[in-house]
Design a binder for this molecule. Structure first.
Ligand SMILES: Cc1cc2nc3c(=O)[nH]c(=O)nc-3n(C[C@H](O)[C@H](O)[C@H](O)COP(=O)(O)OP(=O)(O)OC[C@H]3O[C@@H](n4cnc5c(N)ncnc54)[C@H](O)[C@@H]3O)c2cc1C
Ligand code: SF4
Ligand code: SF4
Length: 415
């Protein structure tokens, strides 16, 4: 076996788990290549308005991490790329990385001159398609690397207004895809999660009323950089809701949808109840739950929310949500009262779960998944964060630190 001690670790996915794994391995002396499919790092956490337990903006913690990335010469960050091939060999893995076309290259200074001249509009993926943005733009205010992106498929034929406006020669409208081959010592997969689709929950109004939204949409509604500038309003009429209902375990712990508990939805709804009451103190908030899962010090948040005026926690399963005039009607199996009760709301927030987004990644790496789609690691391919199991940020970082250590050991073994 050839000794290849200098082979880097490959970390796939630059959410909080992948960034943590990359930094921990690099700070322990290992070379790392961190590959992210999006144009910038940060993953799902950056889409939150605030994050528990401290309820601060997620950009605070993320800035510390991006500074660590900037300062660490051992981490090479590759954004806008995916691993499309992986073959085990004597020293670890030969990996193919496919880079998406770089329509905006690293000469971009984020000066912003291209955006005002762009005639094309696209749905904003950062805001979960709830608003529109120019085809050429900064992906979001905390983007790192701070570089513009360009949705080429939205451009009208013959347009090159942005290229003409850019004095840094940073726009190449004819850019193409390219591939590179990398010899990696071991792999950490930290590809995270996707929200369970709202449309698969029509029985509780998902996809049937604009005023039935998901918890991830609520995060964007409350965020200052979100589609409403941070105003919590009913999507149908842009009015502040007077009655907000949170439906827990929407599709979770249900054999017809996701059989498992996503571990964070109870806390996410408690956090969002705080968003509502801080912004709309007169609003009535009801949280319908089956069990309240707030382990450890997060129990404090439950106490804080339960003590708020105008907040009710009702133990009961919401069986149906239907449009009812300008509002919504809820049918609830009230577990304490032991009967069916009927309630009304102006805005319903479904606490939908997290679905592992390993997908094609599992096939590329030849990784086995458990019955729920979470990765089951093997000796050279380590899994971290929500790709591994549903967990919050604190648990994802702990998990990622341990994953980095296991990957360093695996790389040493195959060197
Ligand atoms: C509504 C809601 C609110 C939440 N609020 C909180 C909170 O307040 N506090 C808290 O602690 N936790 C919260 N969480 C949980 C938190 O979002 C997760 O713990 C966290 O996102 C896990 O990070 P991750 O890195 O594992 O995954 P992600 O954040 O999903 O990051 C994965 C990264 O991998 C990239 N990727 C995916 N596939 C590929 C691929 N094939 N190639 C390259 N890159 C890829 C993605 O683009 C992404 O950047 C909340 C969850 C929900 C649903
Ligand atoms: S692409 Fe050019 S014009 Fe647009 S922000 Fe970057 S440097 Fe400025
Ligand atoms: S080429 Fe595309 S991105 Fe550039 S200005 Fe025209 S429409 Fe906008």
């Amino acid at each position: 076996m050839t000794a290849t001690p200098s082979r880097p670790l490959l970390v796939v996915g630059a959410g909080i788990a992948g960034i943590t794994a990359a930094l921990e391995a690099a700070e322990a002396g290992r070379e790392v290549v961190l590959v992210e499919r999006d144009a910038c790092v940060g993953g799902r956490v950056l889409r939150n308005h605030h994050y528990f337990p401290k309820l601060c903006p997620p950009s605070c913690g993320m800035e510390i991490n991006t500074r660590r990335l900037e300062r660490n010469p051992r981490v090479r960050v590759v954004t806008g790329a995916q691993v499309t091939g992986c073959r085990a060999n004597a020293g670890g893995y030969e990996v193919t990385i496919t880079h998406a076309p770089a329509y905006v290259n690293d000469r971009c200074t984020a000066c912003g001159a291209c955006t005002p001249v762009c005639p094309a509009r696209v749905k904003d993926p950062f805001n979960l398609d709830m608003s529109e943005v120019p085809a050429v733009r900064l992906p979001h205010p905390n983007a790192w690397p701070k570089r513009f992106v360009l949705d080429r498929q939205a451009c009208p034929s013959g347009c090159h207004a942005c290229r003409d406006a850019c004095t840094y020669d940073a726009i190449d409208l004819d850019a193409g895809e390219r591939t590179e081959t990398l010899q990696a010592g071991a792999v950490v997969l930290a590809t995270g999660w996707d929200p369970y689709p709202l449309e698969r929950l029509p029985e509780v109004g998902g996809g049937r009323s604009p005023d039935v939204i998901s918890n991830v949409q609520m995060e964007r509604l409350a965020a200052p950089a979100g589609p409403t500038g941070g105003k919590i309003v009913r999507p149908s009429d842009q009015q502040p809701p007077k009655r907000v209902a949170f439906v827990q375990c929407a599709g979770s712990r249900d054999v017809n949808h996701l059989p498992y508990c996503s571990a964070v939805c109870c806390l996410a709804s408690l956090k969002q109840a705080i968003y509502v009451k801080e912004q709309l103190p007169e609003a009535e908030v009801t949280i319908y739950y089956i069990d309240r899962r707030t382990p450890g010090r997060n129990e404090e948040m439950l106490g804080r929310v339960a003590a708020m005026d105008g907040v009710r926690l009702v133990k009961g399963k919401v069986a149906k949500v239907e449009p009812n005039g300008p509002g919504l009607a809820l049918r609830v199996e009230d577990a304490q009262a032991g009967r069916i009760v009927h309630a009304e709301a102006d805005l319903v927030v479904l606490a939908t779960g997290m679905v592992p987004s390993l997908g094609d990644g599992a096939r590329v790496f030849g990784l086995a998944c458990d019955d729920d789609g979470f990765g089951v690691e093997n000796s050279g391919i380590v899994v971290a964060g929500v790709a591994h199991r549903p967990e919050d940020v604190a648990a994802s970082t702990r998990d990622a630190t341990a994953a980095a250590a296991r990957a360093c050991v695996a790389a040493g073994r195959s060197a």
